[in-house]
Design a protein around this ligand. Structure first.
Ligand SMILES: NC(=O)c1ccc[n+]([C@@H]2O[C@H](COP(=O)([O-])OP(=O)(O)OC[C@H]3O[C@@H](n4cnc5c(N)ncnc54)[C@H](O)[C@@H]3O)[C@@H](O)[C@H]2O)c1
Length: 365
């Protein structure tokens, strides 16, 4: 019989892609979601991809009785926990909501799992727990130093998990610290389609490319990097999804908990991502460099050795595939005619000599 896995937040961006990977790896998968940041048609889209019925449970993890009864009746072998809120600015203005969803939701889930004797959990953490690191690559041994309420909820979540693992050694946890997940399933059927306005670079680029936003605001053009813009480690969502399957397999095989970074180990500047996205779209994209945001690191990328050693994980997709797949999904969603780019001038698509970009000004890349 297939092992049965519950994905909390499974209708969201990373959860929906992970659903497909788990099905392909031979698991029976169930989604639990309250659909506060996912479209109600995501299960149908997954169904059209995998050609089999998608199991969905409408449930809010803040409701302790609901999650208790789901766990008690579900016969799950393991849980992958994505469900959380993820907007940094929103977390700063409304920390109560974030601690309720991300921390209390996790506590309710883990207690319900214990009540039902479900002992394996893969947890979505974030590179945000590292804050603004002074050295790169960032290793799992580096101390957490969260800089905002969202990152605090992830750090507290990890602390809680550590305490539970100490108190109840039968419980095993795979804590995955994601760097910057981007891209979409190669079919273009599922992708990142939040109900709430996006704050991350690639979804914003998609909206600029489709004309829904006028321009990309780049926060900071005077960082000590090759082109002055901040450098991040972007990971294709399909690689990330595979990382969850490997994490669960490692938990079941090794019977010990782990904490690993999931990234590529390579950083790209904002201007490099903008250039790659412009090439995927086939035309230039408008941007403006404005002041830095408080708390943003200049450079952040993962030390990937632990992921390789513990999970056998290595990212396979590069930046251009991340951008191409994102645009394939988003252009379909937005009804953009991809065959007719706004400009045929390919020279505009090439990244400019980034060091010449003025700190505040407007250019078309
Ligand atoms: N996307 C990123 O850039 C990123 C980076 C690092 C970590 N993460 C973490 O990965 C996880 C998944 O992120 P994502 O990008 O897929 O986000 P997402 O918003 O697309 O997915 C989260 C899903 O959880 C659901 N949800 C939220 N609160 C819930 C609740 N109380 N009960 C039930 N369902 C609830 C939402 O409806 C949504 O479908 C989150 O924990 C996030 O913090 C994301």
């Amino acid at each position: 019989m297939r092992e049965r896995i519950l994905l909390t937040g499974g209708a969201g961006f990373i959860g929906s892609h992970t659903y497909v990977e788990f099905v392909e790896a031979g698991y029976e998968v169930w989604i639990l979601d309250n659909f506060e940041n996912a479209s109600i048609d995501v299960p149908d889209r997954i169904e059209s991809l995998i050609g089999e019925k998608v199991h969905v449970i409408h449930c809010d993890l803040r409701n302790v009785d609901s999650i208790r009864s789901v766990m008690a009746s579900g016969c799950f072998d393991a849980v992958v926990h994505f469900a959380a809120r993820k907007s940094v600015p929103e977390s700063e203005s409304n920390p109560g909501d974030y601690f309720r969803s991300n921390v209390i939701g996790l506590v309710n889930l883990v207690e319900a799992m214990r009540g039902a004797n479900v002992t394996n959990l893969v947890f979505s953490s974030s590179a945000a727990v590292y804050g603004a690191p002074s050295t790169v690559p960032i290793s799992e041994a580096d101390p957490p130093a969260p800089l905002n309420a969202y990152a605090e909820t992830k750090r507290v979540g990890e602390d809680f998990i550590r305490c539970v693992a100490r108190a109840h050694p039968e419980m095993r946890f795979g804590v995955l610290r994601y760097f910057n997940p981007v891209g979409a399933h190669p079919s273009g059927i599922i992708g990142e389609a939040p109900s709430q306005p996006p704050g991350n670079l690639v979804p914003v680029l998609a909206r600029v490319a489709s004309g829904q936003l006028d321009e990309l605001l780049i926060f900071g053009g005077d960082y000590p990097t090759k082109d002055g813009t901040a450098i991040r480690d972007y990971i294709h969502v399909m690689d990330l999804a595979r990382g969850h399957v490997l994490s669960l397999k490692a938990l079941l095989r090794e019977r010990t908990s782990h904490v690993v970074n999931l990234g590529t180990g390579r950083g790209y500047s904002v201007l490099e991502v903008l250039g790659a996205y412009s090439r995927a779209v086939g035309h230039s994209l408008r941007y403006r460099i404005v002041d830095r945001r408080i708390g943003d690191a200049a450079v952040s990328f993962a030390d990937t050795r632990q992921a390789r050693r513990v999970l056998g994980f290595e990212a396979q997709h590069g930046l251009s595939e991340m951008c191409r797949s994102s645009w394939r999904f988003y252009s379909k969603e937005a009804g953009v005619d991809v065959a007719a780019p706004k400009t045929s001038d390919r020279s505009l698509v090439r990244p400019t000599n980034c060091s010449k970009v003025s700190r505040i000004g407007e250019k078309v890349l």
